[in-house]
Design a protein around this ligand. Sequence first.
Ligand code: AMP
Length: 185
Amino acid sequence: MTSRIIFLGPPGAGKGTQAQRLADICRIPHISTGEILRKAITEGTELGKKAKSYVDKGELVPDNLILDLIRERLKHSDTQSGWILDGFPRNVSQANFLDKLLSELSQNCDYAINLEVPDRILLDRLLARGRKDDNKETIARRLEVYREQTAPVINYYQEKGSLYSVEGDRTFDEVTQSLQKIIQA
Ligand code: AMP
């Protein structure tokens, strides 16, 4: 069975850890654009150099830096039985791009999963995480960018009928179980 899954939800909702766990269970790749960018920044590649100032400030990197990368990644042979996208699409234009790309590849997104976590919990979780872009100013900007640019993506998938919401403010295992129920893994 193929599972093609998009993880939505604010920064700090637990997307990365849950996406990785589900990817292990389903034996499909976990594709995190944030991780790809952080690696590129650490390695000092061209992409990393271009992306750094945006990531450091909590802004989205320009779409043109991300779209080719997703196109190449989804053409890789390890995506035959599915994939989990975490951190992409991050705005409605990326969602439109993904739709076009998937139809080119004769694929479909099966589930867009929105991990819902109340704001007051997000802040505590992000501050506890200690990533380089997890300082107070950057967090505030990332939450703002999320509300302005990423939250509309939820409606986009709702209108397409592929949106599933999961209460993220529970134990790790409880959240994983709800996810497994949705995708029947
Ligand atoms: P994340 O690990 O998903 O929280 O992403 C960390 C940072 O990487 C974000 O704050 C953005 O600066 C950048 N980023 C990750 N994914 C995207 C994307 N799809 N579009 C634009 N910027 C992104």
